[in-house]
Write a new protein. Structure first.
Length: 348
């Protein structure tokens, strides 16, 4: 049952997440939305009467995404001042937001229809930490399988350049260099080569489609212009050479990929980032069982790895990088923490 106070509180909770993640502009907008939403517009009424769990449904991010798309369109100069960080007075923030909803209700309301579409290339830094560990155990090249690929931007990790605390990986002439703030010791300097990269998503996004690209850009927080530049460059890389991204169920697709022949000397690796929580218990169990069954048949000549970049199960708004591999069995080993968008990585 809809509860207005719960729905307003979700925007305040998102404000706190944004503060923790050093995103003061987006935090300020979320705080303003908690106070400015009303039933004078369809968008405001839908948000206040949201029937589901507003946090699980990412209601605040849906709303901010619509506003950011309006900002990027250049159609609301006052709103653009807010997204540029030029407005800090809470009363003025509320006034601008109410005016924007009143003037652009028809454009903003559809942004509540679907979940945010975020595909963050910066997460590839944490994922590359996992790949280096897999290479340390078994060597290269890697046959990369990604579930929950979204727009496939992390499938470009074989084409990105990485600077991981001074450890360099990837092509030196890449148009994208991913260089997070580094905490702790860097990973070992090992070459990481890829035999192939393939992915699946239940609703894959064609990042080369202008409308899809606009939607992806809208969900990049205004506090992070470097993320927007990286996203744009990644889209151009896909236009130059598309990734192998399929439409399908993650568990079904993985079953099919694991059943394919694996070449000697190639390490097969399952990878995913910020997707596990959305799969549901049944798919999680199927994927785990499939990996363990395939792992039981793995050999030194045909090894299997699993690299996860998923949320901390505690209260911290950060991600954890875990690795598991076969042969050798054993449980997952946690290698590092990361900011959700890859702004920093902290090795253990």
């Amino acid at each position: 049952m809809a509860d207005e106070q719960t729905n307003r509180a979700a925007f305040r909770k998102q404000e706190q997440y944004c503060i923790t993640m050093d995103a003061p502009i987006t935090a300020r907008i979320c705080a303003g939305l908690a106070e400015s939403l009303d039933r004078e517009t369809r968008t405001g009424a839908r948000a206040l009467d949201w029937p589901g769990d507003p946090t699980a449904d990412a209601l605040p991010l849906r709303t901010v995404g619509g506003l950011h798309a309006l900002d990027l369109s250049g159609k609301d100069t006052e709103l653009s001042r807010l997204f540029a960080g030029a407005v800090t007075d809470p009363a003025e923030v509320i006034h601008i937001l109410r005016a924007s909803f009143a003037a652009h209700d028809d454009a903003l309301c559809p942004w509540l229809d679907g979940p945010p579409q975020t595909n963050e290339p910066g997460r590839s830094a944490g994922l590359m930490v996992g790949m280096i560990e897999i290479v340390r155990r078994f060597g290269q090249p890697i046959e990369l399988l990604e579930i929950g690929s979204s727009a496939g931007l992390n499938l470009l990790m074989d084409r990105y350049r990485f600077d991981l605390g001074g450890t360099l990986a990837g092509p030196a002439d890449s148009p994208v260099t991913i260089r997070p703030e580094w905490r702790g010791s860097p990973p070992p300097a090992l070459p990481v080569g890829f035999a192939s990269t393939r992915g699946v998503d239940v609703q894959p996004i064609d990042a080369t489609d202008p409308a899809a690209a606009e939607r992806l850009r809208a969900y990049v927080w205004a506090d992070n212009p470097e993320r927007l530049g990286r996203l744009t460059a990644g889209i151009e890389m896909q236009r130059a050479a598309p990734v192998q991204l399929e439409d399908g169920d993650a568990a079904d697709w993985l079953d099919a990929r694991l059943a394919e022949p694996q070449a000697d000397g190639v390490t097969r690796v399952l990878m995913h980032s910020v997707v596990w929580q959305y799969l549901g218990a049944e798919r999680q169990a199927r994927i785990t069982a499939a990996m363990e069954a395939a792992g039981a048949k793995a050999t030194r000549a045909r090894p299997l790895g699993w690299v996860r970049f998923e949320p901390d199960r505690g209260l911290n708004p950060r991600q954890e990088i875990w690795v598991r591999s076969w042969p050798g069995g054993g449980d997952f080993v946690k290698l590092a923490h990361s900011q959700a968008h890859g702004a920093w990585v902290e090795m253990f």
